[in-house]
Design a binder for this molecule. Structure first.
Ligand SMILES: *Cc1c(COP(=O)(O)O)cnc(C)c1O
Length: 491
């Protein structure tokens, strides 16, 4: 008798317990699987398909704002988060559920502890979501003069969000780390008023890299969480949680959605993060806290359609990152020997000053279980940059001469893309900011895609020949349909 639920709400909570049990078992089973299997299946099992999705073998995409309930009791149980629910797509959605669980499993691969994820509308939203909760006023110490510490070699948007949106507009002290490979600099910057320590590695586009294990220890000694932007590596090559990070942010837009179908981001965290500041529930499960409270209220959610497009790309993440890494190394070796190239930055090159450090962190996941390799194998990703001899103008001439490689401010694509950071991604931070981050005008950022590297090398070779006019550059057409230039035709 005493086990009988007394109210309708309790009845729903009891029934939901069975589903929760099943999902716990599915999670435990999937955590026993290898990276590729997790990427392909996540938590979408046959029983999920048969119970909730008419047996479809691919995850559902409900382009729907809300979920209906049987009665007021189920609604009450759902909206108080007592039963699994997706209630309203700003808060949760089935497509997001499967994506978030896959992201948590992949980022937590080899970590050993429980990991959770919260998907966001973009990588920038992920960075704001991961950092803003640490910058709130402490009711017990409202006049505390807080600060946060970050590598200065970060994505251009991150530089703006930190330097303008947080430091300039909100008056929060920002301490840039200029040389992130220098541990002494980190040690001096982090103190008891540091709310979080942030680093991007490898950085876009400068490929800065730091000793994450040591920096995370320094952060933890002062009670601050370690947050890492690991977009360039992706979990196929590096998983910061396994090296002591508390929170990982991803621009899911990039390597994870290599097809280029949309913008997405994610915050992935371990349980019980280090932080002297913040409510207990925030520290216990940071990503879930974000999902159910701040991000619910601020609304930086991901659309279900984008979630499903990402899931589709994620399934082959490991093999794509392997292929693109190998091709990038081949291309980097070609450029390194080219007389018109001043310098090549790629962590995979033995000549790179951070190569030995990166070699301790960046490995193709599961290479030791792959018959093609059979032992741990370093891979360094698809991002490289190079500097053209003759300054900014020569770099522009070469850039304009590319025929196969796309000129776009993008990275991690299945198609090779290149940009000039000084006039694109890092334009807004100005000359002084670019100097700080070491982004000269003759630097070209190149992300090698899944084409055959011979064809990319041939394209680069003929583009470099454009510099002294031996090859003439293609003539661009003036108007682009649907772009700003065609809009100008109308007014
Ligand atoms: C692109 C990028 C971001 C921002 O991500 P969006 O999805 O474009 O908002 C953040 N960090 C890094 C390293 C990036 O390359």
């Amino acid at each position: 008798m005493s086990n009988q639920p007394k109210t309708g709400v309790e009845r729903y909570v009891q029934a939901a317990g069975q589903l929760a049990q099943q999902r716990k078992q599915d999670l435990a089973a999937m955590r026993e699987c290898r990276f590729d299997t997790i990427a392909v299946h996540g938590l979408y099992t046959a029983s999920e398909a048969l119970n909730f999705n008419q047996g479809a073998i691919i995850e559902p995409v409900y382009l729907c704002s809300s979920q209906a309930y049987r009665d007021s009791d189920e609604m009450e149980a759902a909206l108080s988060y007592q039963i699994p629910t997706w209630c309203y797509s700003r808060i949760a959605n089935p497509s997001l559920y499967y994506l978030e669980n896959t992201l948590a499993l992949l980022e937590g691969y080899g970590f050993g502890g429980e990991v959770s994820a919260c998907a966001t509308s973009s990588g920038m939203a992920a960075i704001a979501s991961a950092t803003d909760p640490f910058l709130n006023v402490d009711p017990k110490n409202p006049h505390q003069k807080i600060n946060f510490v970050s590598t200065c070699q970060v994505y251009g948007g991150t530089f703006q969000q930190f330097a303008v949106r947080k430091a300039q507009e909100r008056g929060i002290e920002l301490r840039w780390i200029r040389n992130s490979a220098d541990l002494g600099e980190w040690e001096k910057a982090i103190d008891e008023n540091t709310r979080f320590v942030y680093g991007e590695m490898p950085s876009n586009p400068g490929l800065a890299f730091f000793d994450l294990k040591a920096v995370a220890e320094l952060a933890h000694k002062r009670g601050a969480p370690m947050i890492v932007d690991s977009t360039v590596a992706s979990p196929a090559l590096m998983r910061p949680l396994t090296f002591g990070a508390d929170i990982v942010v991803q621009s899911v837009t990039k390597s994870m959605t290599s097809s280029g179908f949309g913008i997405a981001g994610a915050v992935i965290s371990r349980k019980n993060i280090t932080s002297t500041f913040g409510p207990e529930e925030m520290k216990a499960d940071f990503a879930m806290y974000l999902k159910t409270l701040p991000n619910r209220d601020n609304g930086q959610n991901l659309s279900p359609m984008n979630a499903i497009l990402t899931l589709n790309d994620l399934r082959t993440l490991r093999s794509k990152m392997d292929l693109m890494s190998r091709s990038t190394l081949t291309v980097a070796r070609f450029l390194e020997k080219h007389p018109k190239i001043e310098r090549v930055d790629y962590l995979g090159l033995e000549s790179h000053p951070l190569h030995t450090l990166a070699r301790r962190y960046m490995f193709l996941v599961d290479a030791e279980h792959d018959s093609a390799y059979g032992s741990p194998t370093n891979r360094y990703g698809h991002l490289m940059s190079f500097r053209v001899q003759g300054g900014a103008q020569a770099a522009r001439t070469m850039f304009d001469g590319m025929r196969r490689i796309w000129r776009a401010t993008d990275l991690g694509r299945i198609k090779s893309v290149a940009t000039i950071p000084a006039i694109s991604t890092h334009q807004q931070q100005g000359e002084a900011g670019r100097e700080l981050a070491d982004i000269p005008g003759n630097m070209i950022r190149l992300c090698v895609g899944a084409e055959h590297p011979d064809d990319i090398i041939a394209d680069l070779d003929q583009a470099l020949a454009c510099i002294d006019g031996k090859v003439s550059r293609p003539v661009p057409s003036t108007f682009s349909v649907g772009g700003a230039s065609s809009a100008r035709l109308v007014d």
